[in-house]
Design a protein around this ligand. Structure first.
Ligand code: IPE
Ligand code: IPE
Ligand code: MG
Length: 249
């Protein structure tokens, strides 16, 4: 039986986040430039997005470019930005066909003008789609996001729109760039690295973490389904005991 056939469609996570890692190593293993890996990684984005839609995942967040990735060689950064513009432009029709709504989180004002324009155009163009929300993390880092949220909350407190006693978890969540979407239940990271790399630290507080050795350009639909199945076989206890969980089932 395929992994997909084993998935319980009534227990699919609403929100899956992915740290797409290993493009450079994949290319280098093939004797190619790192950029070749990024280009091939686009196909894995399509695969994961299709897989998510097929089983009813409502939100897919992909870590595409971190704040720290600005420190890579200029040639690689430029190639990634170029790829981003071209991919967004060429995929918009397909996003609409599949009712995918595009969103972005991150310090996107830092992206080159052409990227910002392509992104804004595609977000506008797909805003009425309802099947899956594809949330791209671009020039994103969790510490950047939290710093910005704290500054905004502090400003609201200063002008007395918020009392310090009103600052609670819900309010903090609403000031993050993911304010309008639920926290991910599942985080996938490819390429064998077992770290979070400044990604959604607040939102991942109780996510299940799934690490696979597969490099991102080789991560296809079946790999996505395998991760979902692995998630479904875990017991999410949220601090309770195993007995309490089985009593409530
Ligand atoms: C992930 O692959 C893509 C980005 C971070 C943009 P990497 O480029 O990090 O590939 P490795 O980890 O060097 O193999
Ligand atoms: C994390 O990958 C960022 C993205 C996938 C966009 P990196 O390859 O940049 O992470 P580190 O530096 O190895 O932790
Ligand atoms: Mg990497």
């Amino acid at each position: 039986m395929s992994y997909k056939d084993q998935i319980d469609l009534t227990k699919v996570p609403q929100h899956v986040a992915i740290i797409m890692d290993g493009n450079g190593r994949w290319a280098q293993q093939k004797g190619e430039e790192r950029v070749f890996g990024h280009i091939n990684g686009v196909d894995s984005v399509r695969e994961s997005l299709t897989a998510a839609g097929e089983i009813g995942v409502k939100y897919l967040t992909l870590y595409a470019f971190s704040t720290e990735n600005w420190n890579r060689p200029k040639q690689e950064v430029d190639a990634l930005m170029d790829l981003l513009v071209k991919t967004i432009a060429s995929e918009v029709d397909k996003l609409n066909e599949n009712s995918v709504k595009l969103q972005a989180i991150g310090d996107t004002g830092n992206l080159p003008e052409s990227c910002q324009e392509a992104l804004a155009g595609a977000i506008e163009n797909t805003k009425n789609n309802t099947r899956v929300t594809l949330n791209l993390a671009l020039s994103y880092s969790s510490k950047w996001e939290m710093t910005k949220a704290i500054q905004e909350i502090a400003n609201q407190v200063k002008v007395k729109n918020i009392l310090p006693s009103e600052i609670n978890e819900e309010l903090i969540s609403s000031y993050l760039s993911t304010g309008n979407i639920p926290d991910p239940e599942l985080l996938i990271r490819t390429s064998g690295e077992t770290r979070i790399s400044n990604f959604m630290l607040w939102q991942l507080a109780y996510a299940e973490l799934y690490f696979t050795e597969t490099l991102w350009p080789e991560f296809k639909k079946e790999n996505f389904f395998e991760a979902i199945l692995n998630y479904q076989n875990r017991e999410r206890r949220f601090g309770k005991t195993s007995e309490q969980i089985s009593e409530n089932e």
